[in-house]
Every structure is written in structure tokens, then in C-alpha cells.
Design a protein around this ligand. Structure first.
Ligand code: SAM
Length: 236
């Protein structure tokens, strides 16, 4: 499994949000990802939601602010520390619990949550079927997850990244869903320009790229060129 040690390092954690989401193109991708997650999980009010690999709580804090009862689980204590700090700052710590744990062995009974989701996680895992089945086990209704796509702009530079990322074909995703007894109910395909590149762009340039991307998205080619897919499924 990639990334378990990486995200334990204080220096990585301290710069995690700042490096990726605080400026220009990074800020834009943060907003777009939050919109995608919000739409996939809506309505969230009074729903019991588990976020797997919640990191610094980008999505958990947003969902608690929208009235959900959220548990954020991550294997990294420093990432969770950052999440707790943000939850206190946002005044939602009474609706949001951060828990240290391994996504491979979730410390919850079957059907414990209404929705379970994982963002920026499946690119790290070696045995996706096993992890997705564990997410499905603890959800009584919905599972939402994101994959990085094999045939996309991401493939052009994935090999050069320090950790690399697992990229998925549509066939692999269908296989994972079947193995976890999940039925696909929705899918969204985003980011023809991979977000790793977006974050290096100044705000104005990123917005211009985004307009071009939206135009490509409206063509039949848009979905097949997207580097990220969001999958929404229901437990059979
Ligand atoms: C790229 S970060 C994504 C964090 C968050 N989902 C986001 O989008 O900002 C990946 C996260 O996965 C966590 N992680 C890696 N392996 C894990 C595991 N086996 N169980 C739970 N969390 C894990 C890391 O600690 C890290 O916080």
C-alpha cells in the first residue's frame, strides 16, 4: 500500500493543504472536488457518513457544516490532528469525530453508516476489491469513491511521480463493484487536465484551462479523456 508512511511525516502534513489547495489552480480543484462530493452524497443533513482516508478533513468538515453526522477515519495521526484543529475552528467538532484506523479493517459493525466514501485513496491501494468490500460492509445504503483513470492525461506523467498511482480502467472498476456486491447508480468524469497540473497554474490561467475543459466535457470525448472518475453505488 502506497502512502501509509508518507502521510505520517509532520513536514508532509504541515504542507499538505497549503501545497495543493491554497492557491490558484489548487484552490479551484479543491472547490470542484468538494462540489463533486457534495453532489454525489446529497442530501446529507442528519445522515451518518463515514469518510475513509479523510486526511486533514477537507470533506468531513464540509459535510459536518452541512448537517451530517460524520466520522473521519485515517491511518495518519498527524493528518487527523490537522482535521481536529479545522473542525474546532469551524465549530463543528460536536458533529464530527476523527478516528485513527486502517481502511482494511474498519472498527464498525455491518451497515453502520448511511453513506461511506473515499476520495484520493484508491490510487494508493494494492487490493482495491478488498478495500471496496470493507467500505460496502459498513454502509447500509451508499458508497462513493474516486479513481484516477488509466487512459487519461494522468498516464502521461504518472510514472514520474515519487509514489506513482494506481490507475483504473472502466473494466477494473466494474470488477471491483461486482466483487463488493455494489450496484452503480451514478458516475461523473472530471479533469481532462489532471489536478496535479492544475495546482501549478496561477488562478487566471487555471480558470482559462477550466473553460476549455468544460467545452471538451460537453463533447462525446469529454468523459473518455477525464483523469478522475467519481463512482456512486448502492449496497445490494
Ligand atoms: C492523498 S491523501 C487524501 C486525503 C483526503 N482524502 C483528501 O482528499 O484530502 C491519502 C490519505 O490516505 C491515508 N491512508 C493511507 N492508507 C490508509 C489506510 N490503509 N487506511 C486509512 N487511511 C489511509 C493517508 O494517511 C492520507 O491521509
Amino acid at each position: 500500500m502506497k502512502g501509509q508512511e508518507w502521510y505520517q511525516q509532520e513536514t508532509v502534513v504541515e504542507s499538505y493543504e497549503d501545497k495543493r489547495f491554497s492557491r490558484g489552480g489548487g484552490r479551484l480543484t479543491d472547490r470542484l472536488e468538494k462540489e463533486a462530493v457534495g453532489e454525489a452524497l446529497a442530501p446529507v443533513e442528519d445522515r451518518k457518513i463515514l469518510e475513509i482516508a479523510c486526511g486533514t478533513g477537507r470533506f468531513s468538515v464540509m459535510l459536518a457544516q452541512q448537517g451530517a453526522d460524520v466520522v473521519g477515519l485515517d491511518i495518519s495521526a498527524p493528518m487527523l490532528g490537522e482535521g481536529r484543529r479545522k473542525a474546532r475552528q469551524a465549530g463543528v467538532d460536536d458533529h464530527l469525530e476523527f478516528l485513527r484506523g486502517d481502511a482494511a479493517r474498519l472498527p464498525f459493525p455491518d451497515d453502520h453508516f448511511d453513506s461511506v466514501f473515499a476520495i484520493r485513496f484508491f490510487h494508493l491501494v494494492d487490493e482495491p476489491e478488498r478495500y471496496l468490500s470493507e467500505l460496502a460492509r459498513v454502509s447500509k445504503d451508499q458508497v462513493v469513491f474516486e479513481t484516477y483513470n488509466r487512459f487519461s492525461g494522468r498516464s502521461l506523467y504518472n510514472w514520474a511521480l515519487p509514489m506513482g498511482s494506481r490507475l483504473y480502467s472502466r473494466r477494473e472498476v466494474d470488477g471491483m463493484l461486482a466483487a463488493a456486491d455494489l450496484r452503480l447508480t451514478g458516475e461523473t468524469h472530471e479533469f481532462v487536465v489532471p489536478f496535479g497540473l492544475y495546482r501549478k497554474l496561477p488562478g487566471g490561467v487555471a480558470k482559462a484551462f477550466r473553460s476549455v475543459e468544460e467545452a471538451v466535457d460537453r463533447t462525446p470525448l469529454g468523459d473518455s479523456l477525464a483523469s478522475i472518475s467519481y463512482w456512486s453505488a448502492t449496497v445490494e
